[in-house]
Every structure is written in structure tokens, then in C-alpha cells.
Design a protein around this ligand. Structure first.
Ligand code: HSE
Length: 304
């Protein structure tokens, strides 16, 4: 027996977290998307997008992360019905808070539930990453894995991920009011194919310490190692006032600050996240911005 309607919530996430490009992700508390998936007597996929930034999300299933997943499921599992999807956005798209990843994660869990597919975590990550890839240009699992499983994520080979419970620490995400079309694709194209060995060594050092900090439940050690030489210097050019905003966060007491996912928002880790967020917003100068005060969420995507 199939289920006619499933509602699923999926949290937003921060990917990379400084030195962990395409490997680290953390799910966020209090910000997420809802997907309502329904059986349809019509074949194919019909998408309706509502909520924050809905006008920026294509409802064409070929160009939408949920649509890409459902088209793939139709081809592979041949259900006797089509799908209507309502995407209720709580995460602003194109900002670096894992918006397309959360919608992809929610759709994956919803269709798994509706069709009784019994997919493993690894298969869920793979299917959700396929949806993410449809909008980002290349499948990557850091956002979708964090949204799916919650907590702190270390992406491995072939969609294998390690998930750790994250300790409680403050996170502020400041989103400048600028919109970059096809942002993740562009942000990935900015990255060099070759990197200096000394930069790779620094990233390995900081990333290792961040993973250790999670297992030792040490938010200060985690934040103090947010240092990235591989991605941040190249992507900073996409973000107006980036270096001033980062410095303002550190001056206000942040343990660390970097680009949130593919940007253009910045995240900072610290105790006094309200002061840090205010200082970052001021440093954006004339550019309007929105502040999200949050913390890691150890709960991932769930049926509601
Ligand atoms: N790891 C990805 C990137 C996250 O930085 O390109 C953005 O979706």
C-alpha cells in the first residue's frame, strides 16, 4: 500500500565550515524547509514553490532539486502515479544555508516514505545529492548529508558519511542582500585546480582539529580552527566587504568566521552571537543584510 501524502521537514545547513570543503557540514536549528509530497493521477512531476525566495526557485522539474529526484525515482521505480510537490521554503535560496540541499533531503525522505523504498542512509545521501547536483552543477553531499542526518557530517567516498552529534555552540549567519544567479556553480568555477602544498597542510591541520573538537565537545576549539586557505581566498571576491566583515566578527569575539557554504553569507562561531552578528552587519556598510542566530541541530530530516 502506498501513502497518498507525506509532509517532511528538513533543516538548513552550513557546508565546508572553513577548511572542510565538500567534506564538512552541520545542520542548523530553527531554519528549514517543508515538502508536501502527494500522489497525482497525472504522470510526471508538478511543483509549486511557496515561502521565502519562492520567486527565485524554478518550478520546472528539470531545473529543481526536488524535480530531479522525483524524475529519477519515476524512471527507476516506475510508480503507478505521478507526484505533486509543494515546497514551503523557510531557507532563503542562493544564500549559502543549504537551501537546495534541504529541499532535496526532504524530497528524498518523503518519496522513500511514500513508496516504501527502505533506502539506507548512504542511498538517501546519494539520491539527495543527485537533486543537489541538478542545481549546483556538480553533485556534492555536504549540505544534503547534514540536512538528512542532522549533527556534524564528514563526507567520505561513494556517499558514505560519518555523522557525529554536535555540541551546543552559538552560530550566527549573516546574509547580505545580494543575489547571484547560479551562485553555487559560479562559486565552484572560481576555485583553482592546483593548490600550494603549504596551503593544503594548513587546511589538513585545521580540519583535523575541528573534527576532533566535535568529538571532544569543544565549541571553542572548533571555532578557533575555522581557517581556510583553499576556498575562502578565491571566493572572497564574490562577497562585497568580505574581509572587513570577517575581521568585524573576530574583533567582536567570534572564535572563527568564514563563508557559509558557497556564500554569499558568512557564518561565525562564538558565545556572544548577537554582538557578533551586529558587528558583521555594520561592516557590510550600505549593503542590507539579515542575521540568523542559531546553533547546531542534532535532528535531521523528519516526517511531520
Ligand atoms: N561544498 C559546496 C561548495 C557547498 O562549497 O561548493 C555549496 O553548496
Amino acid at each position: 500500500m502506498t501513502i497518498k501524502q507525506v509532509r517532511v521537514y528538513s533543516p538548513g545547513s552550513i557546508a565546508n565550515l572553513g577548511p572542510g570543503f565538500d567534506v564538512f557540514g552541520v545542520a542548523l536549528e530553527g531554519i528549514g524547509d517543508i515538502i508536501v509530497l502527494e500522489e497525482s493521477p497525472e504522470p510526471g512531476v508538478k511543483i509549486d514553490v511557496q515561502g521565502v525566495g519562492a520567486d527565485k526557485i524554478p518550478s520546472d522539474p528539470e531545473k529543481n532539486s526536488s524535480g530531479a529526484i522525483l524524475n529519477h525515482v519515476i524512471e527507476k521505480y516506475e510508480p503507478r502515479h505521478g507526484f505533486n510537490v509543494e515546497i514551503r521554503k523557510g531557507i532563503p535560496p542562493g544564500t549559502g544555508m543549504g537551501s537546495s540541499g534541504a529541499s532535496a533531503a526532504a524530497t528524498t525522505v518523503a518519496v522513500n516514505e511514500m513508496l516504501g523504498l527502505h533506502l539506507s542512509d548512504r542511498e538517501l545521501v546519494k539520491l539527495a545529492a543527485l537533486g543537489e547536483g541538478a542545481v549546483a552543477g556538480a553533485p556534492h553531499a555536504d549540505n544534503v548529508a547534514a540536512s538528512l542526518l542532522g549533527g556534524f557530517i564528514l563526507v567520505g567516498e561513494d556517499w558514505d558519511v560519518i555523522r557525529l552529534d554536535a555540541p551546543r555552540f552559538g552560530i550566527v549567519v549573516v546574509v547580505p542582500d545580494i543575489y547571484i544567479e547560479n551562485k553555487t556553480k559560479k562559486a565552484r568555477e572560481l576555485l583553482p585546480q592546483k593548490i600550494p602544498l603549504k596551503d593544503a597542510v594548513k587546511n589538513i591541520m585545521h580540519a583535523s582539529r575541528m573534527a576532533l573538537a566535535i568529538s571532544q565537545k569543544d565549541g571553542k576549539m572548533f571555532g578557533s580552527n575555522i581557517n581556510d586557505r583553499l576556498v575562502e581566498p578565491y571566493r572572497a571576491a564574490m562577497i562585497p566587504n568580505f574581509w572587513d566583515v570577517k575581521q568585524a566578527a573576530l574583533d567582536a569575539g567570534a572564535y572563527g568566521c568564514s563563508i557559509s557554504g558557497g556564500g554569499p553569507s558568512l557564518f561565525a562561531v562564538g558565545d556572544n552571537i548577537y554582538d557578533i552578528g551586529d558587528a558583521m552587519q555594520k561592516a557590510f556598510g550600505d549593503i542590507e543584510s539579515t542575521c540568523y542566530h542559531t546553533r547546531p541541530s542534532n535532528r535531521g530530516t523528519r516526517v511531520i
